[in-house]
Design a protein around this ligand. Structure first.
Ligand code: GTP
Ligand code: MG
Ligand code: ZN
Length: 342
């Protein structure tokens, strides 16, 4: 197993616990996913990629996988060290996970300085990033053509508590060395954000070649054209890995750990100072949250945003519990991909 591909002690342990299956089953890393097919690398120097079917396998770029003896399909996905997961947006009424990238060390949330700052989106992205198990970093790009940079940076930074913010440009290369440093030591960094914000342009700047296609945003509203269609793992010449992802629109929560608490640590700190432990932060006396809103230390819209996220998470947890009960009654257990196994 190639350490240069990101194999480490975690995967060694998972692999050992599987009893190191047959010799054919050298784990490889998923480098690209196209509808129903995965491209798998077994070595960083000579990828000699395998193309296999991923029928039935819940697999994402960055995953370590084992293929079957005929090298036709994915047999096993090794437990992930981290993953950026949102709720898929087109699944009707049942919740499905959409894993955008797996086994990543750093999540770079990309926003363009040329568009009006979208605090609410960034907050949601930060919740998912904290839940991913990777480190979040924010890259504010297109600095070379942006106006009112200071105001935009200030607005976005105000909702990014304790998260590093880099002001960069994929065109001039500003800040690109700081991004490169994030991948030092063979780490994997994933670029995530809306279409057209400039993810692929940053990836190309880091690689020093046009590895990914890019295309102009719409004149009027700066919207992207969904140029990148497949997520891809790319090698940095000096070591380390980049994952470029297609722009995504809806940032819906997925079941998680403490992402909300971490992304809103400033508000939770205030809540700790309310007079009553069960304060609803509505009209209670001695509410530290209301006081902070009243004297301008906390933006009311940020607090409302937190309340919406907490409600969204609660609804998702209810839904999950209902499904588990249903599966139990049928005598089955929910399958790892979250389906009922039917
Ligand atoms: N001036 C300037 N233009 C940029 C910069 N970064 C990206 N662009 C332009 O913005 C447009 C969109 O960039 P892409 O890199 O394709 O955006 P993307 O985030 O990969 O978009 P999707 O693949 O659709 O998700 C292209 O026309 C780029 O040339 C930048 O730093 N400065
Ligand atoms: Mg792109
Ligand atoms: Zn309160």
């Amino acid at each position: 197993m190639d350490r240069a591909l990101g194999w480490d002690a975690h995967f060694e342990e998972v692999w050992n616990s599987l009893g190191r299956p047959a010799a054919h089953a050298t784990p490889g890393r998923v480098a690209r996913i196209d509808r129903g097919w995965s491209t798998i690398w077994r070595s960083a120097v000579d990828p000699d990629p395998l193309r296999v079917r991923n029928i039935g396998a819940d697999v994402a770029v960055g995953d370590w996988v084992v293929v079957d003896a005929n090298a036709e399909r994915i047999e096993y996905v090794l437990d992930r060290r981290s993953a950026f997961v949102r709720r898929a947006s087109h699944e009707g009424d049942r919740a499905e996970a959409d894993v955008l990238a797996a086994n990543i060390d750093v999540v770079v949330l990309v926003h363009a300085l040329t568009a009006p700052p979208n605090q609410r989106r960034l907050e949601r992205e930060l919740v998912l990033a904290f839940d991913s198990g990777a480190w979040p970093v924010i890259a504010l790009t297109k600095h070379d053509v942006a106006e009112n940079t200071a105001a935009t940076v200030a607005e976005l930074t105000s909702v990014a508590v304790d998260v590093p913010v880099l002001v960069v440009s994929g065109m001039t290369g500003e800040g690109v060395e700081q991004l490169r440093a994030l991948a030092a030591g063979g780490r994997t960094i994933a670029f995530l954000g809306a279409s057209g914000v400039g993810k692929s342009t940053l990836v190309n700047a880091l690689l020093g070649r046009e590895a990914m296609a890019t295309s102009a945003v719409r004149e009027g509203d700066q919207r992207g054209r969904h140029t990148t269609v497949a997520t891809q793992l790319l090698a940095l010449p000096e070591g380390g890995w980049l994952i470029d992802t297609p722009g995504f629109r809806a940032v819906s929560l997925w079941l998680s750990g403490h992402g909300i608490e971490r992304a809103f640590v400033d508000v939770f700190d205030l809540m700790d100072h309310c007079r009553f432990r069960d304060c609803k932060h509505d009209r209670e006396p001695g509410c530290a949250v209301r006081e902070a809103i009243d004297d301008g230390r906390l933006d009311e819209a940020r607090f409302a945003s937190l309340e919406r996220l907490v409600a969204e998470e609660a609804a998702l947890e209810d839904e999950q519990r209902r499904r588990e009960r249903l599966a139990d009654r049928r005598g089955g257990r929910p399958t790892p991909d979250g389906s009922d196994g039917e």
